[in-house]
Write a protein that binds this ligand. Structure first.
Ligand code: NAP
Length: 245
């Protein structure tokens, strides 16, 4: 388990990223919480500190190299190393392909795919010297199976799976593993706001009969961050209740 390890988590101020931060903290990791929103990120860090976790907030945009380099500098300056990187920050700009605007395509590709590349490149410099690292990319079931109305998002998540496998091959010699977690439909503020009937319909498409929780995803990330997963790299771990297999 990642006791004493330093974990950088992007998009950590809410949803899945926040849950990952708390789950890794519960295993004894030191947390670097990265997000665009300074107030929400500070609140997460305050909660972590109150629980006795060593944690620091970084306000930054994962698509900007200078912000990401600052993120890694703060992590190494505060805690001396970077053991775990979770590329979780992600956005959607849904729409049918006929009507999809260039800026909606670019925005999704930039955050979901380029952001993970920029963060990985920066973390690799440190992990490479340490001869140790765990990189976990948060993909999506729709990157594996496609989804009408989400061509940009699905393409970005399928691309992230390709990035995961290439980086796994490139970094293995340095004792760095790179894996992806592909969540299915996860219960978040967005799905909680849906009418009961629509939620039931979503759940009926899932063999396990329920939407996933943020903790279901965080548990998979904890495993892939741990010593127990040291011989797993380039893998896409589906956490989707069986909706795609
Ligand atoms: P969320 O609640 O929207 O949280 C995403 C976080 O990322 C937000 O705090 C957001 O900040 C931050 N972020 C966005 N762009 C950023 C940038 N350029 N730089 C730094 N931070 C940025 O999303 P979620 O539902 O927890 O999803 C987390 C990840 O899981 C995403 O990669 C998503 O694609 C993936 N996923 C989610 C589901 C699901 O059902 N929820 C299913 C499959 C995969 P702001 O709030 O300030 O914009």
């Amino acid at each position: 388990m990642p006791k004493g390890k330093v974990a950088v988590i992007t998009g950590a101020s809410r949803g899945i990223g926040k849950s990952i931060a708390f789950a890794l903290a519960a295993q004894g990791a030191k947390i670097v919480a990265v997000d665009l929103d300074s107030e929400a990120t500070d609140d997460v860090v305050k909660e972590l500190l109150a629980k006795g976790t060593s944690a620091v907030a970084v306000v930054g945009n994962v698509t900007l190299t200078e912000d990401v380099e600052k993120m890694i500098e703060i992590a190494t300056g505060t805690f001396g190393r970077v053991d775990i990187l979770v590329n979780n920050a992600g956005i959607t700009r849904d729409g049918l392909i006929m009507r999809m605007k260039d800026e909606d395509w670019d925005a999704v590709m930039n955050v979901n795919l380029k952001g993970s590349f920029v963060c990985t490149r920066a973390a690799f410099k440190v992990m490479s010297k340490q001869r140790y690292g765990r990189i976990i990319n948060i993909a999506s079931v729709v990157g594996q199976m496609g989804n009408a109305g989400q061509a940009n998002y699905c393409a970005s998540k399928a691309g992230l799976i390709g990035l995961t496998k290439s980086n796994a091959r490139e970094m293995a010699k340095r004792n760095i593993t790179v894996n992806a977690v592909a969540p299915g439909f996860i219960s978040t503020a967005m799905t909680d706001a849906m009418p009961e009937k629509a939620r039931e319909e979503l759940a009926s498409q899932i063999p396990l009969g329920r939407l996933g929780s943020v903790e279901d995803i965080a548990n998979a990330v904890v495993f892939l961050s741990s010593e127990s997963s040291g011989y797993i790299t380039g893998h896409v771990l589906s956490v989707n209740g069986g909706m795609y297999m």
